[in-house]
Design a binder for this molecule. Sequence first.
Ligand SMILES: Nc1ncnc2c1ncn2[C@@H]1O[C@H](COP(=O)(O)OP(=O)(O)OP(=O)(O)O)[C@@H](O)[C@H]1O
Ligand SMILES: [Mg+2]
Length: 341
Amino acid sequence: MSLIEVNHLYKEFQVAKRQAGLWGALRSLLRREYLTKTAVRDVSFAVNQGEMVGYVGPNGAGKSTTIKMLTGILVPTSGEIRVNNLIPYKERQKNARQIGVVFGQRTQLWWDLPTIESFELLKQVFQIPDHRYKQNMATFADILGLDEFLNTPVRQLSLGQRMRADIAASLLHDPLILFLDEPTIGLDVLAKERMRQFITEINRERGVTVILTTHDMSDIEKLCRRMILIDNGQVMYDGELVLIKDLFGKERVLIVDLEGETDSFSVAGAQLVKEEGNRKWLRFNRELTTASQLINRISEKYEIKDLTIKDTEIEEMIRHIYEKGLAVYEMNSCRIENNKF
Ligand SMILES: Nc1ncnc2c1ncn2[C@@H]1O[C@H](COP(=O)(O)OP(=O)(O)OP(=O)(O)O)[C@@H](O)[C@H]1O
Ligand SMILES: [Mg+2]
């Protein structure tokens, strides 16, 4: 049995139907009509201890709703969730002891208190033994550089500081599982890197199982072997990230800067996907054409000033799946059984 099991999970929200215009607004005041919004639709997956899984999808896909059900904040409309054998919404307190949660968009800390006091309150709430609290505080303060702002009220922290404080707080009670909902949102490049290193360390050194949502695909690339992609409440892909990369890995992009007049530019064996003046982006399949063949063909007609060759970036692959849905069928056919991880 896996540490986290989700089976045929649904979450529906009733949302008040708004009617257009003043008359409509008045009518809705008198007689509310509701629409059913299905935020999570027949989602199933299982996560084993020690895994680090990226839960990815566009805005409104149902990521946070899933996390909220896993943490017990929301009650599923139907379906099953087990987190280390507990049903989160039924045993919310017990579940809280075994999980850590960070919502990047909103702090879990007490807004007006000095940061250290939030940590001390959590120590009381979770009845963390003195020595363990001290050990954890020392480790986190060291890696996350908490000392510089421990006495500052949470509301005065910068976003990066607040995020570091939040993740430290989520781990004080040594949870088995960490749910991170957009842990790097709004952080600068350095702060993101620091956060990623910390998450990697927590997973590796402490064996904490991590489920993380993000819009930043480099988070997933750096952190997760496995990705669950959801769109419109449904799982579109669940498997190894490398499989997606393989599928798209045959494609490369050649970027050339040309001299002279290039308005009707084209080259056999590649597709012109973007152009900005004399800079052209050419997509090609490296199993059918080589970059040097393309460069030869181009230089027969144009002078090349500069060139770069790139692999298709993971963002582009995901966008492709969102937009075209084309790959979804192939993706599903290479779906991996969870117990292989
Ligand atoms: N409390 C709620 N009441 C009504 N509808 C809701 C509620 N919470 C979420 N929804 C709707 O459910 C859908 C999924 O929302 P959710 O917050 O899970 O998306 P998300 O994948 O986390 O998106 P984002 O990337 O923007 O954070 C959205 O259409 C949202 O409007
Ligand atoms: Mg969200």
